[in-house]
Design a protein around this ligand. Sequence first.
Ligand code: ZN
Length: 277
Amino acid sequence: MSAKQLTDLSQLCIHTVTTKPWDIEKAAKKFSDKGVKGISVWRDALEGRNISQTGQLLRDNGLQIVSLCRGGFFPNKEIKKRKTAIDDNRKAIEEAAVLGAPLIVLVCGTDPSQSLQNSREQIREGIESIIPFAAGAGVRLAIEPLHPMYADTRSAINTLAQANDMAFSLNSKSVGVAVDVYHLWWDPSLEQEIKRCGENGHLFAFHICDWNVPTIDLLLDRGIMGEGCIPVKKIRSWVEATGFNGFYEVEIFSSKYWQQDQSRYLNKIIKAYNENT
Ligand code: ZN
């Protein structure tokens, strides 16, 4: 099954980090001028601001706030640091509630001085401990599996199967999964796991970009859809087959594009959204 052409921008969301050189006020105006309908906010974009007023400014620009990025980073060998992480996640939940963001994306974390299994157990404990707080604030939590190249320092959750298993076992309406094509495109079980994610009601978010060939930086060399080797349209068709009706969130970290004119870059993103997504 191939995905239908995206003819309007009603499901297009852009992450503030994608156009990092713009502050959030400028990004809101520019996105809105182009007809983009959604924004996902990175916490650094809120620094020094009144969060409630910033949320209102985004809505005044006709933007729906899709998520706050990011929480997580639960594992640590030291219990004191795990407690600090849980406090920070509670703070993120408060920020999301004040901003008006219904979802927090979790980059779950890992501690390379212990086994991945231990890190996964600590992730589970960490998420479990913040569920009541998140539910009380009306904020949902999305576990985002990260590409295995980040299993050293960023996440011990590296496949959609692992994220699905964890969401399933936590068994809470507040916990689901974020599917990011950059992290998951290579997985031979992807179609099947997206289906399972949807069937369990866990598909909370869908992030898009592309994998440049060759990739020259493991963090800051993401491409625009169509520039690399990710079959974005095909993966979108699998996501849509689950009944997913949320936003397609463009999340690109790119030292190359951050050096360029951001308005032109935004135009490229919109063209790629219409043609290659
Ligand atoms: Zn993502």
